[in-house]
Design a binder for this molecule. Structure first.
Ligand code: AMP
Ligand code: GLC
Length: 455
């Protein structure tokens, strides 16, 4: 059996030394404000009765496409609770936006993959980042940590990079209302099988991937200042909205590829099939992609791999052989060089290249995720060491055994059909403070960590 605790210790020490050496990361495109509400049973039940229980229950069976009424909002929250699954919908109606605002929140936090990674990489790890923020309201700006975090600003036709707090935009606030519930949360006759959240996005910018002029017109110049790029936020696009942003993305990828900048795509759950197919068609221009089991399964579906798609959702823990098969298909079909898969309990990385640094970056990411689950927010790289005390997920032993049997995996590394497969068991925090943003912490840390290990 692998000595995982020793490998974990080695990985965090390596990361503390290497990660701050990274000189610049570009982050596009989604940044917003997360207004987090921890749900309470009595309050929620009263609201459901008032809105009309039968109407609400209808939407807890099947999610609406977007939210245009209060029963739809409450029903969608119930949908998530009943299944212990995350979901996110656009809130179109102003009265519902107002209802959510009056309902209130317990905490305001940085949101969106870009915002979360900007604070983590720039504010905590000290790695300079250039972030795309579609709307910079005062509230949005105040959520950025101090540190080398920059947004482009154009003054007298010249590009300047300034901290978001210095941008002094008085623009709109894009607020995502996050309704969080713990495992075992009870409402009406339902009980949540797992902690999770439902997100109602009161946001007209990120939901259509609005890209600012400052970014579009100066992209070449911006790219010259970075070594890596991470793209996210394509998940909310629909058949009606995808054309223009996907075209800009293609142009951006071309520039990034010209400068040999490795680009990672953080693939969040994308309900629209057409958009998923579009993303698949540009995946080869990315160096790397990060996803979980639901996302990988949804990609297998549009690739016509129905059986594999179902297999990925059939077991707990997720069957690692099915995951490896799916990753191999994705890598071969698109040419993407690195696929990072994360699920509750373990991570895998399939890479075109070899080395223990791939596995060590996963270990670093798992510690960062556990630290984030424990504390809600991490405040320094060193603080991530505290997560060494969190126990390793027991169920992951079965996963490791299956991989050892199938692919002769040793110390978390195997050779599969000309690719390297790296595996790690993760540390799971029993009672996480909140779940939103953990996935971004994992993917950002692993991608930047891996790159820093070979600098
Ligand atoms: P996502 O599915 O993209 O939202 O990312 C969530 C990821 O966070 C999961 O795949 C897990 O690997 C990780 N995660 C969730 N809950 C915990 C927890 N309590 N402790 C540590 N990691 C967690
Ligand atoms: C999505 C949500 C955003 C949240 C983020 C966390 O981008 O829209 O509100 O902060 O996911 O990963």
């Amino acid at each position: 059996m692998t000595e995982w605790e020793g490998l974990y210790k080695g990985a965090i020490e390596r990361a503390i030394k290497s990660v701050p050496k990274v000189k610049g990361v570009l982050l596009g495109y989604n940044t917003n404000i997360d207004a987090i509400k921890y749900l309470e049973r009595k309050d929620l039940e009263e609201r459901i009765e008032k809105a009309g229980r039968d109407e609400v229950l209808k939407y807890s069976e099947e999610l609406p496409e977007k939210i245009t009424s209060v029963p739809q909002l409450l029903g969608s929250i119930l949908w998530s609770i009943r299944r212990g699954k995350a979901a996110e919908l656009f809130v179109e109606s102003c009265p519902v936006r107002f209802y959510m605002k009056r309902w209130g929140w317990n905490e305001l936090r940085m949101g969106g993959q870009v915002g979360i990674m900007a604070n983590l990489l720039g504010g905590v790890y000290g790695v300079p980042v250039i972030a795309h923020v579609p709307q910079l309201s005062r509230l949005q700006a105040s959520l950025f940590l101090d540190g080398p975090i920059y947004v482009p600003k154009v003054e007298n036709g010249k590009l300047k990079l300034v901290h978001p707090k210095e941008f002094q935009g008085d623009e709109e606030s894009c607020i995502h209302f996050i309704y969080e519930f713990p495992r075992g949360f009870k409402v009406l006759e339902f009980e949540a099988p797992r902690e999770n959240r439902f997100i109602g996005a009161a946001d007209d910018y990120n939901t259509t991937v609005f890209i600012r002029d400052e970014f579009r017109e100066n992209f070449d110049e911006i790219v010259k200042k970075v070594q890596l790029a991470i793209i996210s936020g394509l998940q909310a696009l629909t058949e009606e909205t995808y054309k223009e942003p996907m075209e800009i993305l293609r142009q951006h990828l071309e520039v990034l590829n010209d400068y040999n900048i490795p680009v990672h795509l953080e693939f969040a759950f994308t309900p629209d099939e057409k958009v998923r197919k579009e993303i698949l068609s540009v995946l080869g221009k990315f160096y790397s992609v990060g996803l979980n089991e639901v996302e990988l399964s949804s990609i297998m579906e549009v690739m016509g791999e129905k059986e594999l798609a179902e297999k990925l959702l059939a077991h707990d823990p997720v069957d690692p052989i099915a995951v490896t098969q799916a990753m191999l298909k994705l890598a071969k079909e698109t040419g993407v060089k690195r696929i990072h898969f994360h699920t509750y309990g373990y991570y895998l990385a399939l890479t075109e290249y070899r080395g223990e640094h791939v596995r060590d970056a996963l270990l670093f990411a798992a510690l960062a995720a556990a630290a984030k689950a424990m504390k809600g927010n991490i405040t320094s790289l060193e603080e991530i060491r505290d997560a060494l005390s969190v126990p390793i997920n027991e169920k992951a032993r079965m996963v490791e055994e299956a991989l050892a049997k199938e692919y002769s995996m040793n110390n978390g590394i195997a050779e599969v059909e000309g690719y390297q497969l790296a595996f790690i068991p993760t540390k799971i925090v029993e009672k996480p403070k909140s779940t939103v943003g953990i996935g971004d912490t994992i993917s950002g840390s692993a991608f930047v960590g891996e790159f820093s290990f070979v600098l």
